[in-house]
Design a protein around this ligand. Structure first.
Ligand SMILES: [Zn+2]
Length: 84
């Protein structure tokens, strides 16, 4: 790690340098908002934003309308005196 602590650089996976066409050599300086190629020294002030990951989580919100089937069993009251 020879990077200066105050410069946060991130490699952009799959990024191709427009100058030397090197892949995975593009770093983005998050502090200066500059992208640079570590292979040829190319720098651009407008870093291409990496493809935004789809954070749209399609949530299937099911209504909690479950059918609670209560089995209604007839309660039989048995009179012990009657069974005698
Ligand atoms: Zn380059």
């Amino acid at each position: 790690m020879s990077q200066t602590p105050h410069s946060r650089r991130r490699f952009i996976a799959g990024a191709v340098c427009p100058r030397c066409s090197a892949m995975d050599k593009i770093v983005v300086d998050l502090d200066r908002n500059v992208r640079e190629c570590v292979a040829c020294g190319y720098s651009d002030e407008r870093p291409e934003a990496p493809a935004p990951t789809d954070e749209l989580v399609t949530r299937v919100s099911r209504p909690a309308a479950r059918r609670v089937e209560t089995s209604a069993e007839p309660v039989r009251l048995v009179d012990p005196s009657d069974a005698d």
